[in-house]
Design a protein around this ligand. Structure first.
Ligand SMILES: *Cc1c(COP(=O)(O)O)cnc(C)c1O
Length: 385
């Protein structure tokens, strides 16, 4: 049965009949589940993945979220985690062994890079590539890990080219799909083995919860369940799962609005002479986008012609609707920059511009956001030498 994304996000798997008719699934805020007989207990305990035994296992509230996310991504199974990093760690911990290699394609989320640096201590190797993926594959490459779009300069890479290569070489593929959400990109349908999310961003959508998810085949998720979840212990609380289910209800609607408002903001930014370049997939190769994405989220960045800490700081300090902070994907617009007083050479090494500013376009009125950005541009005019 084929379901629309809207059906999945609203009613699918809520099953009121299991919960006294409650349309909003109850929060099973319990650590353990008790049994009528010792026989029933021992049977369930020997298969924690398919029985309610302990919440660091399967919980009925979290399970509803997992089923919805698996269906949205067109995967067989999903496991949720206490954070996006919990989900990412689980993939490395479950799929990789000493002596094996991970190939990273495109720019990668900073903490993910820190994590694989640490995994060097356990004999797991890694390297990065931007273009020549086949040339970067090693005999011991076990996993190709991709972000597309990336989340600093939003670059996209050819996903089907990567999955074709991985298939040829018998390598697992995983993608961090947080930027696009399953509404705009379904990587499993493009051949990926695993799709990973930080639920903290658009899927939660209200900046009130931290969570993560991995979606893929039953075989892979079963492996991740044991070694990356049960034993690693990055549990999503049932309360948080319930908030994320609530976030999902409006995800398709919110993504449309983020997309429309971001397009309005980009049109405005294109008129500003202070800007060198704007980064957003809507401004990249249209053919490639068409093959793998069906829309654009609201995370974008741009480079000021005159960068440096002072300019970046006065632009940001003069915004008021845009709040200053990490993260993105919530209802509220956010501004962030990796520029610090003393990190110009670090930025250069990462290929980041000293005038880079990132905006997360929230659900405020686009006119209000544009008016706010005008105040930022006005401020940097004043600091010009
Ligand atoms: C935020 C983020 C993560 C990590 O998610 P947490 O929920 O903060 O642990 C991973 N990948 C990307 C692209 C992110 O933006």
């Amino acid at each position: 049965m084929k379901y629309t994304d809207e059906q999945i996000c609203t009613q699918l798997y809520d099953t009121p009949s299991r919960h006294h008719g409650a349309v909003s699934p109850p929060i099973y805020q319990t650590s353990l589940f008790a049994f009528d007989t010792f026989e029933a207990f021992t049977q369930a305990h020997s298969d924690e993945q398919n029985n309610y035994v302990y919440t660091r296992g399967v919980n009925p509230t979290t399970e509803i979220l997992e089923k919805k996310l698996a269906k949205l991504e067109r995967g067989e199974k999903c496991k949720c985690f206490g954070s996006g990093m919990g989900a990412i760690s689980s993939v490395f911990l479950s799929l990789l062994q000493k002596g094996e290699h991970v190939l990273f394609v495109n720019s990668i989320y900073g903490p993910t890079q820190q994590l694989v640096n640490h995994l060097e201590n356990f004999g797991i190797e890694h390297s990065y590539t931007e273009e020549d993926v086949e040339g970067a594959i090693r005999p011991n490459t076990k996993l190709i890990y991709v972000e597309s779009p990336g989340t600093m300069v939003m670059k996209i890479v050819d996903l089907m080219k990567i999955t074709a290569l991985a298939m040829k070489h018998g390598i697992y593929t995983a993608i961090d799909n947080t930027w696009a959400t399953p509404i705009f990109q379904k990587p499993l349908t493009l051949g990926f083995d695993l799709s990973i999310h930080s639920l903290t961003k658009y899927i939660g959508g209200h900046s009130d919860v931290v969570g993560g998810a991995v979606i893929g085949s039953s075989t892979l998720i079963d492996r991740i369940f044991t070694y990356g979840y049960l034993l690693n212990g990055s549990v999503l609380s049932p309360q948080d799962a319930s908030q994320i289910i609530k976030g999902l209800r409006t995800l398709p609607l919110r993504m449309k609005q983020h997309e429309d408002s971001a397009a309005r903001v980009i049109d405005f930014l294109q008129t500003r002479e202070e800007i060198k370049v704007i980064h957003h997939p809507s401004l990249q190769e249209k053919d490639l986008v068409k093959n793998q994405m069906s829309g654009y989220s609201g995370l974008l960045s741009f480079e000021l012609k005159e960068g440096g800490f002072e300019h970046v700081a006065s632009f940001i300090n003069n915004l008021s609707t845009f709040k200053i902070g990490v993260s993105w994907g919530g209802y509220e617009s956010l501004v962030f920059s990796p520029v610090k007083r003393d990190n110009a050479s670090d930025l250069r090494k990462q290929g980041l511009d000293p005038g880079l500013i990132r905006l997360s376009i929230g659900l405020e009125n686009a006119d209000e956001l544009i008016a706010d950005l005008k105040k930022g541009f006005h401020a940097i005019e004043l600091v010009k030498p």
